[in-house]
Ligand binder design. Structure first.
Ligand code: HEC
Length: 188
């Protein structure tokens, strides 16, 4: 009887855990969707209305703070950021435990395997970190992260002047550019 109870208890814990993780992934996916919407509204419309330089100006001058703003608006238990091992903004380099997951994405890519839609990590503070790979998914990425010859000269100058240590160049289509990390605190 004792054994049965213990097994039941263990099962319950396992399932409770799984659904907490699933819930966290769901919340994180919603947050990612909001980020895509915000970036698309701002960058895509600027590029199609006023050209690539206007889009680049938004990315350089406003995108970081807009993403911070969006992150704050998501509520207390959830936050979001963009990171890259070959970062443009010096503030967007991943932390030590995050580097490993970003390297994992690169390893998967180099192995010609399909990238997972996300990787979930439970950190020491009991927070779920959901890593969504960010890939060079459309041609427009290359106009700011691709080979120099494909980047408008004014855009190059703007980027160089703001980020003297820019590493986010020479990416090709489909390549992993970085990740969006959503952190979800477990509700008590
Ligand atoms: C119009 C220019 C432009 C386009 C198009 C563009 N980016 Fe960027 N991207 C930038 C700039 C500028 C930054 C640095 C923003 C900042 O200061 O945080 C950046 C930053 C990033 C970052 C954050 C990490 C870092 O390196 O600082 C990721 C990830 C990223 N871009 C991915 C992409 C992807 C994927 C695409 C295509 C879907 C794309 N970008 C299209 C200009 C652009």
């Amino acid at each position: 009887m004792k054994k049965l109870l213990l097994t039941l208890l263990l099962c319950e814990m396992l399932f409770a855990n799984e659904s907490a993780k699933d819930l966290a992934v769901k919340e994180a996916s919603n947050a990612l969707h909001k980020l895509h919407e915000m970036m698309s509204t701002n960058v895509k419309t600027r590029i199609s209305d006023k050209g690539i330089y206007a889009g680049a100006k938004f990315c350089v001058n406003e995108s970081y703070s807009k993403i911070e703003e969006l992150s704050k608006s998501l509520g207390e238990n959830i936050s979001l950021k963009r990171v890259s091992l070959k970062n443009r903004n010096p503030k967007s380099y991943p932390s030590e435990d995050e580097v490993k997951i970003l390297e994992a994405f690169e390893l998967i890519e180099k192995s010609n395997a399909y990238l997972p839609s996300e990787i979930v990590q439970l950190n020491n503070d009991g927070e779920y970190k959901i890593y969504f790979p960010s890939t060079m998914s459309n041609k427009s990425c290359k106009s700011c992260h691709g080979a120099q010859k494909g980047v408008d000269i004014q855009v190059q100058e703007l980027i160089k002047s703001k980020y003297p240590n820019d590493k986010a160049i020479d990416f090709v289509s489909g390549q992993v550019r970085g990740a969006v990390i959503v952190t979800v605190k477990q509700k008590q």
